[in-house]
Design a protein around this ligand. Structure first.
Ligand SMILES: [Fe+2]
Length: 274
């Protein structure tokens, strides 16, 4: 079928939205931009990302130069955790996304941001999806957590609890922090792929950093177009994974019944103090 992406491109996709990465046709300027982003971000994350992220970055050879060939990268990833990467043109519909994750396939954008968006891009590109997400998928416990998230997602869609489930993704996979020997470290891809947020999330006094609690996360709204005002902190990937065991739908129903927790808009808060 033919779809129009958020960036206004028309793309032919299959039922699961996968496309050919067409790695051979990627312009050298795009590869060069990846290299610059990689060099900048890996330096920032050296003492800020959790060890599992840094280990995955190294093990998957993401620094070998240029935008990775998704097929070759998938072969390396599959040997470690059974996951593969599928190229997609853009964001995919939630039910399709959950189905991919449940089957250990990570949908990754096939395009990379342009020069004007080097520091910030709203929609996920190849740098966010591959550099930000894939290193941790090389970790067996996190890989299991992400697959379980997909399986729960399929049920959450049926229950009408998409909003609650999206919050779980947002506050863990995208913007999660983790405690390591008394320090906070980054594991969320939205943080790890952003120059500004890698520093802000750990070092700024403004955001709150509550302990991860599944029910609280399900009831907490988030901002997808601004800096975050809170980051949930997990104790370990194992404990995170364990919160997704068993039938979660009664808990999701309860979260919907209780409703959203009160929250502060970070923009109004910043405006007050300006
Ligand atoms: Fe993402």
């Amino acid at each position: 079928m033919l779809i129009t992406t958020a960036m206004g491109r028309e793309v032919e996709v299959t039922g699961d939205y996968s496309i050919d990465q067409n790695w051979d046709q990627i312009p050298s300027a795009d590869h060069e931009r990846w290299d610059r982003l990689y060099a900048r971000q890996s330096k920032i994350l050296k003492n800020r990302a959790c060890p599992e992220f840094l280990e995955g970055l190294h093990a998957l050879e993401l620094s070998s130069g240029g935008i990775p060939n998704y097929e070759e990268l998938s072969d390396r990833l599959e040997k470690r955790t059974g996951w593969r990467i599928v190229a997609v043109p853009d964001l995919v519909p939630d039910p399709v996304f959950f189905e991919h994750l449940a089957n250990r396939r990570f949908p990754a954008a096939s395009f990379i941001r342009d020069e004007a968006q080097l520091d910030y891009i709203e929609e996920p590109d190849a740098f966010h999806d591959i550099f930000g997400h894939v290193p941790l998928i090389a970790n067996p416990v996190f890989a299991d957590f992400l697959a379980q998230f997909g399986k729960v997602g399929v049920k959450a869609v049926d229950l009408g609890a998409l909003q609650q489930h999206a919050r779980l993704y947002w506050f863990t996979v995208e913007f999660g922090l983790i405690r390591r020997n008394g320090d906070l470290k980054i594991y969320g891809a939205g943080i790890a792929s952003s120059k500004g947020e890698s520093i802000y999330s750990l070092e700024d006094d403004f955001p709150r950093r509550p302990d991860y609690d599944l029910m609280t996360v399900l009831r907490t709204p988030y901002w997808n177009d601004d800096i975050q005002d809170k980051y949930f902190v997990a104790d370990s990937f194992q404990s995170l994974f364990e919160t997704l065991s068993g039938d979660l739908m009664p808990l999701y129903k309860e979260a919907m019944r209780l409703g959203d927790l009160a929250h502060t808009d970070p923009r109004s808060k910043l405006a007050e103090t300006a």
